[in-house]
Design a protein around this ligand. Structure first.
Ligand code: CP
Ligand code: NVA
Length: 307
């Protein structure tokens, strides 16, 4: 069963195929109304169940639009108003949703829950973010990088701030596509060690550094995310530890002249990034957000054996 819990479930070749398909489909419908179905309607009649245990704007809206553009439809469930929110097991939820839907996307707090859901589901399960990883976001990010004219192999990516779920999936992508990551993160907030080791085992450089300027030096791509992820405390000591990693114009001067800036959003302006950068000429964040739609169409097609 082609689950998409992490990028490695698909592998580098399949993710490359997703990027190529996303570029083609995006070009083919340029200027069309957002809800118009792609000419080939490849997922006509298919239903995507979406379960949210955490808030979402982009993932929720972009998957909804993605499945519509493929000719299918979405069923959106906020866990708090389902029986899952009252203690029905993940396994039973997986068995039941598999009878109603052709694929399940879930956003949940604990990665172990999505692994359990995948174990008991008889349809593909897609990770819409867990505490551990955010693979769908990274397919959109890779698409945005490729669109900016940069090749993935050999790319120098600088990450600033918290070593969180988004960084874990970027590190996984680095291993699959052969690019390098310099993560400027405070002590105690390093990325998940298993993702770092797996990427290094594929021969890419994953450097964990304390100095923000050193991390961005010569970077092609500068990426950050919220200092406090969903489900975490907005603890004073964490925010204080992150302060030296704020992406501002001065920090961006250390990157290459043609470097671009990405942020998965939502942004906390004045914390991890300042307005002048996120609204500035190097920022590609709105393309990145749009690309969630195009990337997820290709993820859905892969999961349903149509890519
Ligand atoms: N980037 C992202 O996943 O955004 P949402 O939390 O709004 O879905
Ligand atoms: N790291 C953030 C990403 C939000 C899209 C979080 O988990 O809250």
């Amino acid at each position: 069963m082609p689950h998409f819990l992490n990028l490695s479930d698909a592998g580098g070749d399949a993710v490359a195929a997703m990027l190529a398909d996303a570029i083609d489909r995006k070009a083919a419908r340029a200027g069309w109304p957002k809800g118009k179905v792609d000419a080939d309607a490849p997922l006509a009649g298919h239903v995507l169940a979406m379960v949210f245990e955490k808030n979402s704007t982009r993932t929720r809206a972009s998957f909804d639009i993605a499945i519509r553009q493929l000719g299918g439809s979405a069923m959106i469930m906020d866990a708090g108003v389902t029986q899952l929110g009252r203690g029905e097991t993940i396994a039973d939820t997986a068995r039941v949703l598999s009878r109603y839907a052709d694929a399940i996307m879930i956003r949940t707090d604990d990665h172990a829950k999505i692994e359990e859901l995948a174990e008991y589901a008889s349809v593909p399960v897609i990770n819409g973010l867990t505490d551990l990883s955010h693979p769908c976001q990274i397919v959109a990010d890779l698409l945005t990088v490729v669109e900016s004219g940069k090749a993935l192999p050999g790319l120098e990516l600088a990450w600033l701030g918290d070593g969180n779920n988004v960084l874990a999936s970027l590190i996984e992508a680095a291993g699959l596509f052969g690019f390098h990551v310099r993560a400027g993160v405070p002590q105690g907030y390093e990325p998940d060690a298993s993702f770092v080791e797996a990427a290094r085992a594929k021969g890419v450089r994953i450097d964990i550094m304390r100095d923000a300027r050193e991390a961005v030096a010569g970077a092609d791509l500068v990426v950050t995310d919220t200092w406090v992820s969903m489900g975490q405390d907005h603890a004073h000591n964490k925010v204080a530890a992150m302060a030296p990693y704020q992406v501002d114009e001065r920090l961006m001067t250390g990157a290459r002249d043609d470097a671009i800036f990405l942020h998965c959003l939502p942004a906390h302006r004045g914390e991890e990034v300042v307005d002048a950068v996120i609204d500035g000429p190097r920022s590609r964040v709105w393309d990145e957000a749009e690309n969630r739609v195009h990337a997820q169409k290709s993820i859905l097609l892969w999961a349903l054996g149509k890519l």
